[in-house]
Design a protein around this ligand. Sequence first.
Ligand code: ATP
Ligand code: MG
Length: 451
Amino acid sequence: MLFIPRILKDIARIFSANGTPCFLVGGAVRDMLRGEKARDFDLATSAAPEAVTAMFRAEGCTVIPTGVKHGTVTVHYKGTAFEITTFRTESDYRDGRRPEKITYTATIEEDLARRDFTMNAIALELPQGRLVDPFNGRADIRNRIIRCVGNPRERFSEDGLRPLRCVRFAAQFGFSVDGETLAAIPPALPITAKVSAERIRDELDKTIDSVKPSTGLLLMERTGLLTHILPELAVCRGVDQKGYHRFDVLDHSLLACDYAARERYPREVRLAALFHDIGKPAVRAMDASGVWTFYRHEQESAVLARAIMSRLRYPNAVIDTVIHLVAEHMFHYTADWSNAAVRRFIVRVGETHLPNLYKLRRADVCAAAGEQFPPDFLMPLMDRVHAILDEKKALTLKDLAVSGADLIALGIKPGPRLGVILKELLEAVLDDPELNTKQTLLEIAGKMEDR
Ligand code: ATP
Ligand code: MG
């Protein structure tokens, strides 16, 4: 027996008072059966959207016609939003995504039949709590299997998003995919090709945000989805690295991403982990002794990561963060770094990015080593960085003891040259923080002007 939250019982009472059936459907029922907390509540009913709207407005609720074309309204009830959709079937999928036609139907069973996977096609009748499970979704949840409702080939050919949802759910829940369902993905690739970049990105994000992204990404590779969505990553298969690495570039990238997920690092770090070596196939060259080199691969990786993320319409702020981390991931700290070298490292990376860069580096190193976890090898660098940040010495132009105005007062003309002089003064101060006094810097600037 599933526990039915109070708020659902209250909603159900409004339906019953109107003589209308009401079912909890979709992800909420699935997640309750998985023993997880349900997040958003989707309800299904036989009443038409207009009737649902009237019913809840009479109760003083705000009702928003969010998708009336698809039979959906959103009801705000006691601070919670509910999507309420009229039982419907779908037909005539033309663009590989949205059905051209929806038809209201009389029964919950018909409504469940249009849903993608058996685990998502279970309804919970409210308020009694009777489960309606015509496709044995409960058994599939128990056995941790993702299986299409009906014929997988047909279901995937109707809507190219479904294969992506399939592999994403596999990563999120650690479920396996039924053989017939998996085999139906490759023939549906041309349909998936019609799915918008934003939809693909949302599914990729959910895969990356899951406990073990590689589960989804390896299924993508097996089915050909990866070549379609992230061809740059797919070609990393078989690119050996030897030496200090035990894995090819693809497996290494997946391990790094899994490590970041296991440590619950933010999405930007997970994406950077996935893309940090993506430039390696392009720059790989063999040196005179027969060893593969990947000279400046971090630059190439950053270029490719930007292209991928722009294509998938990631927000610019996310793109900028990810590619900055990718471009900076190849630092090699040794104890003989001078304080000036540590200062330059801080300036180059930027103080706000340092924690994420350490995270990326941990993911990278642990993924190269396989499952052995080295002790916190970054500690010595982090300590030096902290010590320097604590000194509060100048690290940026605005920390300098002189400003552009001071230099102009000295007789230097405003213009690009002024900017160059300020940058050189900062370089001097990074080397020797003692120089950061107004008098000394003006003297240096004066000498630079005489040159
Ligand atoms: P999530 O936890 O990501 O929200 P969900 O299963 O609730 O998972 P939603 O996109 O919220 O996914 O959709 C709610 C329900 O609608 C699904 O459980 C499924 O029954 C149905 N559904 C969603 N997308 C599709 C689709 N592309 N094809 C068929 N049915 C779908
Ligand atoms: Mg949902």
